[in-house]
Design a protein around this ligand. Structure first.
Ligand SMILES: Cc1ncc(COP(=O)(O)O)c(C=O)c1O
Length: 449
């Protein structure tokens, strides 16, 4: 019996149930991944007992000899993993992608400056300046968005914001249009990256635009970090002024974030982190990141990253055969976004139906979205987790088939209220059969838990 089981059976039981859920379902939320036992051991270690406010060799607390060594090694490994230019360095202390971005803003901007990022419904991120006005329908034909009254993220509360959109015809970034908008507003910071843009970004072109308007350029690679480290996608390192990332998505290195930039900029960012935003860093998370960054430099990880992209491309192709409309007609990375407007169910109901069938996805807005983010037109699917289980194209074809079957089975419930829909789907025998098929598939590709 473990210590936890003996001391706190309630929490132990809940963790056991969550472990079973992860083991028996196909996790296809693109921002999620599972980590090696070694990463989890480091993350669950005694390092979380220690306070280490400050930076390596300059802490406000005694007793940080080993913490310093761990943080130094993590920075060294980040330099190697992302092939940093000699005068670049890293901050590995921010706790998450959102605080990493906030630290950059605090380091480089003044309150009230303009920041410009990708429009959230087109795949941007909340922390890139999101605000909106409730019940005012978005104009799908406008290429620029000036935000709304509800400043829901701190980035829109303290900065002025402007968002660029994707091209309505191609659903791709339109760099000429981004340049036009940037020239109009002259933001102090231009941001790329997001949660649902499925394509490569032309980092050189974005840097040219930023230079032309005198802006800093931040490339947020939260989603793609692991694919970039492995060489499966292009890297903004050495091009953008700052690169931020989360460590828990495709990088598979435990929860946290990394910021990369020229060492002079990193000095400013270190100050923004402490005393600006944080107290003590999460030493245990930093150690997890350290272990993960060693893994990312293995051939095994490179193979994993390339296969993740292959799987996502294959998923897009297979679903297109069932007349699922894939945003931008495909993907260059680990995720696909599906426009469900030609199907009986939209994102919210479809995601719930899939969950009952053992396929965990998330509903999502799509470019030119006309519906609320609470009941949007799209579904987002990703391959990082299932690829880590060892699944390849054959399994992806099977999953696409199952996804299509779920849509067909649940069409009969499409007009029900969500509450009744949930009940109908959870009681549906055909859906339960698919959940069993998924379970069998998962048993063939067990997670090392
Ligand atoms: C592009 C991007 N930036 C930032 C974040 C925020 O990361 P976190 O959830 O760790 O705060 C995310 C999370 O999904 C993201 O996708």
């Amino acid at each position: 019996m473990s210590n936890l089981e003996a001391q706190d059976p309630e929490v132990h039981e809940l963790i056991k149930l969550e472990t079973q859920r992860q083991q028996t379902k196909l996790s296809m939320i693109p921002s999620e991944n599972f980590f090696s036992k070694a990463v989890r051991e480091a993350t669950g270690s005694v390092l979380s007992h220690k306070y280490a406010e400050g930076n390596i060799g300059r802490r406000y607390y005694e007793g940080n000899k080993f913490i310093d060594k761990i943080e130094k090694l993590t920075i060294e490994r980040a330099k190697q993993a992302f092939n940093l230019p000699p005068n670049w360095s890293a901050n590995v202390q921010t706790l998450s992608g959102s605080t990493a971005n906030l630290s950059v803003y605090l380091a480089l901007l003044n309150i009230g400056d303009y920041i410009m990022g990708l429009y959230l419904p087109d795949g941007g991120h909340l922390s890139h300046g999101w605000s909106y006005t409730p019940k005012v329908p978005a104009d799908p034909n406008k290429t620029v968005y000036y935000g709304g009254k509800q400043k829901v993220n701190i980035s829109s509360k303290i900065f002025n914001t402007i968002s660029y959109k994707t091209d309505p015809k191609t659903q791709l970034l339109d760099y000429d249009e981004i340049e036009r908008i940037a020239l109009l507003q002259k933001p102090k910071l231009i941001i790329t990256g997001g949660t649902a843009y499925p394509r490569e970004i032309d980092y050189q072109r974005m840097k040219q635009i930023a230079d032309k308007v005198g802006a800093f350029y931040l490339a947020d690679i939260a989603h793609e970090a692991g694919l970039i480290a492995a060489g499966a996608m292009n890297s903004p390192v050495g091009i953008a002024d700052v690169v931020t990332m989360t460590t828990h998505k495709t990088l598979r290195s435990g929860r946290g974030a990394i910021i990369l930039a020229h060492e002079d900029t990193i000095k400013k960012i270190n100050k923004a982190v402490l005393p600006g935003l944080l107290g003590g860093p999460f030493n245990h998370s930093i150690a997890g990141i350290c272990v993960g960054l060693k893994e990312t430099q293995t051939d095994k990880f490179k193979e994993y990253a390339f296969q993740t992209v292959k799987n996502a491309k294959h998923l897009a192709e297979e679903l297109a055969k069932f007349d699922f409309k894939i945003i931008s007609k495909g993907t260059d990375k680990h995720l696909i976004l599906i426009d469900l407007t030609n199907k009986p169910l939209l994102g919210k109901k479809f995601a719930r139906a899939l969950d009952h069938a053992g396929i965990v996805a998330n509903y999502n807005t799509i470019p030119q979205e006309t519906k609320s983010p609470l009941n949007p037109s799209g579904l987002r699917l990703g391959t990082p987790w299932i690829t880590g289980r060892g699944m390849k194209e054959a399994e992806i074809s099977k999953i696409a088939l199952l996804i299509n079957q779920v849509m067909k089975i649940t069409e009969q419930y499409k007009d029900l209220k969500f509450k009744d829909f949930k009940e109908a789907v959870s009681a549906d025998i055909e859906i339960q059969k698919i959940a069993n098929e998924v379970k069998v598939m998962c048993e063939q590709f067990p997670l090392d838990m």
